[in-house]
Write a protein that binds this ligand. Structure first.
Ligand SMILES: Cc1cc2nc3c(=O)[nH]c(=O)nc-3n(C[C@H](O)[C@H](O)[C@H](O)COP(=O)(O)OP(=O)(O)OC[C@H]3O[C@@H](n4cnc5c(N)ncnc54)[C@H](O)[C@@H]3O)c2cc1C
Length: 481
């Protein structure tokens, strides 16, 4: 059983009950253990989980925590892959599963105001019949919340053409560590003053707790075409990615899956991916009907020039949905063939994809690990999935080393340590790979303005100085490795 944190003894339970009611607090170990982890394999037990219903309740919880010096960690759906919602020093987890109202839909101004616990896909479903949708679509969109998306500045397959979360958030309401409530941005573009909304999006719960979000809604395109390009050589698929954008074409989505991954996906979802191929590209173009047809033809030609053995086009919505269901359920499909896997998130310039694929192959071979690759190829955002058995300490060590080498190579090639999963707990000590001491100090100073005691989401995003340049992940911890 996890050791009790010093913060637990400080929690004023009676006052907490007065704020949210007894039914909205978890404090028993058997309940708290469900909130020990997110999508990263590290875990640690919070001291309490509270479920507020209003901004006022959030503000009072935070004020109370500040009086007693207790850490506060916001939590959406816990699908984060960098340990952002995992506690580091105990504390109170503020979970947003009861703040999930869509507060306003204003179609004339193409915007919606929501509480942070709204599930990403639910917003698009709520406006679909009017011909609108919310663009950022993480593959976890059936589960993850808009609050989590704001904190992580999440992306998704369709953010190649339309940008990530920050490009779709107009304004925020946020509770600061002293309990005060601030509003940033507006319901329209380009409000004067500092762009605090831009600063908060991607701040991973370290600057404040978001309690309301105003987002932009977009018109659904008139036409959509989804292509599946099939390859016998992985390198031909990666070369196609750069060749498409070099022609001045920006598809709405440009995703890649290697043969290992697509076979696992096909076995799990029967989406129609060819089992004998080395790689596929899933390419989507959208817009006005005539333009879509023309662009799809150009893309098809580029695929063939780069030795695609076949380019298929989804014939109807059902076929399109099936292809996307396969892609979006890929992580789960790989979970069927290995006891554990470690998903990495790195970025490289898309022109370096062929070289990076060879490098990852070499690393996996060196450590004797199976690995699959599925990624937002158009953005150069890689997601290598390293297979291992978390009951085997040697494999756990190897998988951590392999992941570190892959991320270091991304940086060497001019990329980044994360594309969309965030820094969180996992990569805080890797920040110096990307930023100078002065850069990091400026970030520390900004954090100190919003969160002077460091009680909001401690130990995340910025280096703690406790470890040097290492991934902070407890691979195999469940097995005591
Ligand atoms: C199968 C799978 C596929 C995925 N695909 C993608 C993808 O395509 N693109 C992508 O970007 N990510 C992807 N992710 C990662 C993850 O879904 C996103 O990071 C998502 O935004 C997390 O949302 P959440 O509600 O689960 O947040 P949580 O995991 O609960 O929290 C994430 C971070 O947000 C903070 N936070 C949560 N709510 C608030 C709030 N109200 N105020 C302040 N801080 C808050 C937490 O403290 C934490 O630091 C995937 C994950 C899985 C499991």
């Amino acid at each position: 059983m996890t050791k009790q944190s010093p913060a637990k003894t400080k929690i004023p339970w009676h006052e907490l009950k007065r704020i949210v009611g007894e039914a909205n607090i978890l404090w028993r170990d058997e309940d708290l253990m469900l909130y020990e982890y997110d999508g990263l394999s590290s875990h640690a037990m919070p001291d309490a989980v509270v479920f507020p219903s209003t901004t006022k309740e959030v503000s009072e919880i935070v004020k109370l925590a500040a009086q007693h010096g207790i850490p506060v960690i916001a939590r959406g759906a816990g699908t984060g892959l960098s340990g952002g919602a995992v506690v580091t020093e105990g504390g109170i987890v503020v979970a947003f599963s009861r703040m999930k109202k869509i507060l306003e839909i204003d179609l004339k101004n193409q915007r919606a105001r929501v509480q942070p616990g709204v599930v990403n896909l639910d917003l698009s479903l709520a406006v679909a019949s009017y011909g609108y949708y919310y663009v950022p679509d993480p593959s976890s969109q059936k589960a993850c919340t808009l609050g989590g998306n704001v904190a992580e500045n999440s992306g998704g397959p369709h953010t190649l053409a339309y940008g990530v979360t920050t490009n779709h958030v107009l304004g925020l309401e946020m509770v600061l560590p002293d309990g005060s409530v601030i509003h940033t941005g507006a319901a329209y573009w380009d409000r004067p003053g500092y762009d605090l909304t831009g600063l908060i999006v991607g701040s991973e719960g370290t600057l404040g707790i978001v309690t309301e979000i105003t987002v932009r809604l977009c018109r659904k395109p008139e036409a959509v075409k989804t292509l599946l390009a099939i390859y016998n050589q992985c390198a031909d698929a990666t070369r196609t990615v750069a060749a498409i954008t070099a022609r001045g074409i920006t598809p709405a989505a440009l995703e890649m899956m290697d043969g290992f991954t697509l076979r696992a996906v096909e076995e799990a979802t029967h989406a129609g991916y060819p089992m004998d191929s080395a790689a596929v590209l899933l390419i989507e173009v959208e817009g006005l009907r005539e333009a879509v047809e023309e662009e799809a033809e150009q893309i098809e030609a580029v695929c063939h020039e780069n030795h695609a053995r076949q380019v298929r086009s989804a014939q109807n919505d059902e076929e399109r949905d099936l292809l996307w269901r396969g892609r979006k359920n890929a992580f789960g499909a790989l979970g069927r063939i290995s006891p554990s896997y470690y998903v990495q998130d790195g970025v490289i310039p898309r022109t370096r994809l062929p070289e990076m694929m060879d490098y990852m192959e070499e690393v996996a071979k060196k450590y004797g690990l199976l690995f699959g690759n599925i990624f937002h190829a158009g953005d150069g955002n890689l997601h290598p999935l390293l297979m291992y058995d978390n009951r085997d300490p040697e494999q756990c060590r190897k998988v951590t080393r392999a992941a570190s080498e892959i991320i270091a190579k991304c940086v060497e090639l001019g990329g980044s340590i994360t594309g969309e999963h965030g820094v969180g707990l996992e990569k805080s000590e890797l920040m110096p790979l990307l930023f100078s001491e002065d850069d990091i100090e400026m970030m520390q100073r900004i954090k100190a303005v919003f969160n002077p005691q460091g009680t909001f989401n401690p130990g995340k995003l910025l280096p703690t100085g406790k470890m040097c340049g290492e991934l902070r992940v407890q691979i195999g911890v469940a097995a005591g490795a």
